[in-house]
Design a protein around this ligand. Structure first.
Ligand code: NAD
Length: 342
């Protein structure tokens, strides 16, 4: 698969590297508006063409593009590429509105091209293990998922903590629960920047079918880099720590027991249960590499990507509902709005 990467900022060169290293793909061209970034990328990838105008890719012999530009540019660039017959891997979030995400799905369909959302975490062996434990009921009945993703200073033009960080956790929650939330409630804080319009801190409360909850906190104004997902079941609990190198997943055989009160005047007694902590073996695979290889295989074999346009849309639906919740100050139903539109 001959591929071009559009966007050579912080993330694009990682995407480019994985395409360059895989035997199933060849990195042909890099595009970015910024000449300095292109010059830097050229030193890393000698022999690869560079351009400040991504539309010059349309005159080259290419099969596919990966789009790693800021979120508010994804729709326009991906649409143009799909219309030119290029398969597209679009970094998260797929688009910045449900209408735009739907439009990309329709455009890909109309032109018979593959559209894949760059939900890298859904290709992470650690996340796959957490999902397996939830789906195979190893944690028992799952009560809630709690995700924290914080860091300092990743300010993206046209984006904020909601659109830059939360897509990762929403995609993880949808994947682990194998579904989409029915209701979204959001709270946000804007502290940095003169006009205070960018949300540095966002809390999301997602209600999934079956009384499963996901709580997500994302912040671009936090002294510590944290990336954890905790899932609490009635039998076991699991913590996925993406920042840890050797012990990304720890399973806690812990819980709370409730029993019938001995005396009717007592409240139902709860006692803590402490058991072993285990660390499952995980294959040492780089998630991005697994994802880009999967994209190449889907293009070559005419297979629908696991994180296809619809999967990307499901995340955008949550983010857009969160925006509406921030505006209204209350919970927003996702299904109601979606079915009213379709
Ligand atoms: N999957 C992941 O784990 C992961 C991780 C980090 C970032 N991302 C995503 O990757 C994307 C890029 O993030 P980043 O951190 O690299 O951002 P960045 O701001 O560092 O880089 C974006 C680059 O795109 C370029 N650009 C903007 N408009 C362009 C255009 N019209 N044509 C060509 N180039 C253009 C900019 O000049 C810049 O160099 C975002 O969507 C982000 O959410 C995904």
């Amino acid at each position: 698969m001959r591929v071009g990467v559009i966007g050579a900022g912080a993330w694009g060169p990682h995407v480019a590297r994985t395409f360059a290293e895989e035997t199933t793909s060849a990195l042909v061209v890099l595009a970015d508006l910024d000449e300095e970034r292109l010059a830097l990328a050229q030193r890393r990838f000698p022999g690869v063409r560079i351009t400040t105008d991504y539309s010059t890719l349309f005159d080259m012999t290419l099969d596919a593009v990966a789009i790693a530009t800021p979120p508010d540019t994804h729709h326009a660039i991906a649409k143009a590429c799909l219309q030119q017959g290029l398969h597209c891997l679009v970094e998260k979030p797929l688009a910045m509105s449900v209408a735009d995400a739907r439009d990309l799905i329709d455009t890909a369909h109309a032109h018979g091209r593959k559209l894949m959302a760059g939900h890298t975490f859904e290709y992470d062996p650690a996340v796959l293990e957490v999902r397996r434990m939830v789906q195979e009921r190893e944690l028992g009945e799952v009560f809630y998922l709690d995700a924290v993703r914080t860091e300092i200073g990743r300010y993206q033009l046209g984006s904020d903590a909601l659109w830059d960080l939360a897509p990762n956790d929403v995609s993880i929650a949808n994947f682990v629960f194998d579904g989409t939330p029915e209701r979204v409630t959001a709270l946000a804080g804007s502290f940095s920047g003169r006009d205070r319009t960018v949300n540095d801190l966002v809390y999301l409360h997602l209600e999934y079918p079956g009384n499963r909850l996901a709580n997500i906190r994302v912040s671009t104004l936090d002294p510590k880099e944290t990336r954890t997902t905790t899932v609490v079941g009635d039998e076991k609990m699991v913590v996925y720590d993406d920042v840890s190198h050797l012990e990304k997943v720890r399973v806690y055989d812990r819980g709370a027991r409730t029993g019938a009160p001995r005396d009717p005047r007592e409240r139902s007694p709860a006692s803590d249960r402490y058991g072993a902590i285990s660390i499952p073996y995980l294959p040492p695979e780089e998630p991005l590499r697994v994802a880009t290889r999967h994209f190449a295989e889907c293009v070559a074999g005419n297979i629908e990507p696991r994180t296809d346009g619809l999967c990307g849309l499901r995340v955008v639906e949550v983010l857009e509902a969160a925006e509406r919740s921030l505006a209204s100050g209350g919970p927003v139903e996702i299904g109601v709005r979606a079915s009213a539109r379709s």
